[in-house]
Ligand binder design. Structure first.
Ligand SMILES: Nc1ncnc2c1ncn2[C@@H]1O[C@H](COP(=O)(O)OP(=O)(O)OP(=O)(O)O)[C@@H](O)[C@H]1O
Ligand SMILES: [Mg+2]
Length: 160
């Protein structure tokens, strides 16, 4: 089972991120895939808004992982850890670089979202949600959510 949604504008992508945040909880891992400029960070921004976390979600230039703490004033209860492994593509041992981020130390208590993390972070937890974003010729985006284990399929059903 997978869910496919068309997102005509960046605002729609934000809104979808906010909606998806509604079914997330501590311990979740989301693997974001899709080409450069697809909208992975834009979607993560919506997730951050939905989770009520502090700080702007951006594309890091040097930092490859950032912790956004929950803001109780915005209803936040769980941190968002946002990592972007794109710059690890050239590393001699990307897996060792990922280990250095200590994502395993925060994964249980946070929602962890990783861009370009395929093949690098799946072992952090035993289930995850794959989120594939593609850009069509007319510039609209198509997001496909694919549950990998756990209760993700039920949660996607709840998403409607
Ligand atoms: N429907 C849409 N959804 C998301 N982004 C869109 C959409 N339409 C246009 N955009 C634009 O596309 C760009 C998406 O950039 P974003 O940084 O989110 O991509 P990314 O997948 O994170 O890229 P990278 O792999 O470089 O990190 C933004 O400039 C955004 O405004
Ligand atoms: Mg990005």
């Amino acid at each position: 089972m997978s869910v496919r949604v068309t997102l005509p504008t960046v605002e729609d992508t934000h809104a979808f991120g906010r909606r998806l945040a509604g079914v997330l909880r501590a311990g979740d891992l989301l693997l974001l895939t899709g080409p450069l400029g697809a909208g992975k960070t834009a979607l993560t921004r919506g997730l951050g808004a939905g989770l009520g976390v502090r700080g702007d979600v951006t594309s890091p230039t040097f930092v490859i992982a950032r912790v956004h703490r929950p803001d109780p004033a915005r209803g936040g209860t769980v941190a968002l850890v946002h990592a972007d492994a794109y710059r690890l593509g050239d590393a001699a041992d990307p897996r060792a670089e990922i280990d250095d981020l200590d994502l395993d130390a925060s994964v249980d208590a946070s929602v962890t979202v990783v861009e370009w993390g395929e093949g690098l972070v799946e072992q952090l937890v035993d289930t995850h949600l794959r989120v594939r974003i593609d850009r069509r010729d007319d510039d609209t985006r198509v997001v496909e959510l694919e549950p990998v284990g756990g209760d993700w399929a039920d949660r996607l059903t709840a998403l409607g």
